[in-house]
Design a binder for this molecule. Structure first.
Ligand SMILES: C[S@@+](CC[C@H](N)C(=O)[O-])C[C@H]1O[C@@H](n2cnc3c(N)ncnc32)[C@H](O)[C@@H]1O
Length: 325
């Protein structure tokens, strides 16, 4: 049948609808990645392409269902297909392996597990957060802020895994920060399992560190400190920064901490809104917020992946403290 060309007047809404449709059905992307990770498809393809029947037997999946997921993963650039019979893992897909291997980059698997898992239901409540300004997560879990992580249902492990995966992207950049030469003691405030502090300690041998976070981070932090072999220079302390932070360090790291709390308004990040009733901030907003705490912004340097180091100085302190945003 000969195709009939739409008049321009009809083509404009068709283009707009096509554009919008991509977003309306966009959920499939995150969930296809999530299913791949849940089924450990990347790990099972890491050693080379496999046939659908081989893989479906190993993974105990429906061959038809698996073939359809693999085709979707090809569209997402995670897999490569060979005549629809065999499927392999692309370079991008390797990043979804628990261990992507040397030089492949840090694994993004925990981020997929977090966004496609515990974070997923929250987005269905975004309009609630927009209407009320309150956390959708609190509505869903009944727990304020990070208390839902204390329930022992595995959410804390997924949450900290996702944070580690995100932070891993900027460790090398941050280790180059020129200020480290003047720092002997560092507190990683809200430091989770201490990945940031540990990475800085590993690269700066005279540095000593303290990871400060809520009790749900304690087990993972102890493990991380021990497996880095840094027990002699780093320890974990449980507590809430709403009460106090350990005093006397040269430098306080606050990475992905300040944006969580509800002060100042310009650019509202939806994830912060739905997750915590918090927001992202502009530099001016940071300036105003931190000014109230007796700090001033000393310098700002961009890192990769849209992170920045904001160096703060207090009138009473000679050493600056760099929070990531
Ligand atoms: C978004 S995560 C950032 C983790 C880490 N700084 C990073 O960037 O990878 C926020 C961290 O703040 C911690 N946190 C939240 N409320 C806290 C409080 N009142 N006192 C101490 N830590 C807190 C959380 O447990 C979590 O580890």
């Amino acid at each position: 049948m000969a195709s009939r060309r739409l008049p321009e007047k009809a083509r404009v809404p068709a283009r707009a609808a096509t554009r919008l449709l991509q977003d309306i059905v966009g959920a499939w992307r995150c969930q296809a990645l999530h299913a791949a990770v849940q089924l450990q498809i990347p790990e099972h393809l890491a050693d080379g392409p496999r046939t659908v029947s081989d893989l479906s037997a190993v993974l105990a999946c429906s061959p038809d269902g698996l073939a359809r997921l693999l085709r979707a993963l090809c569209v997402l650039g995670v897999c490569t297909g060979y005549r629809g019979e065999r499927f392999g893992l692309s370079r991008t897909g390797r990043l979804l392996c628990a261990d992507p291997g040397d030089d492949a980059g840090a694994s993004l698997r925990p981020l997929v597990q977090w966004w496609g898992g515990p974070l997923w239901p929250m987005w269905g409540e975004l309009s609630y957060s927009v209407r009320t300004g309150l956390s959708a997560r609190r509505k869903l879990t009944g727990e304020a802020r990070y208390a839902y992580l204390d329930k022992g249902d595995g959410a804390a492990q997924l949450f900290h895994g996702a944070q580690r995966a995100m932070t891993a992207l900027i460790l090398d950049d941050l280790a180059q920060w020129r200020g480290w030469d003047n720092v002997r003691t560092v507190v990683d405030v809200g430091g989770g399992h201490g990945q940031l502090a540990l990475a800085m300690l590993a690269r700066h041998r005279d540095l000593r560190g303290l990871v400060f976070d809520l009790p749900h981070a304690q087990g993972g932090a102890h493990e991380a400190i021990a497996s880095a072999g840094l027990e002699s220079r780093c320890r974990f302390e449980a507590g809430s920064f709403f009460e106090a932070v350990p005093a006397g360090a040269d430098c306080y790291l606050l990475k992905s901490i300040l944006h969580n709390w509800d002060e100042g308004v310009v650019r509202t990040d939806l994830n912060m809104l739905a997750g915590l009733g918090g927001r992202e901030r502009t530099l001016d907003e940071y300036g105003a917020l931190l000014g109230e705490a007796g700090l001033r912004i000393d310098s700002v340097s961009a890192l990769s992946f849209e992170f920045s180091v904001i160096e703060l100085r207090s009138a009473n302190q000679s050493i600056s403290a760099p929070p990531g945003s």
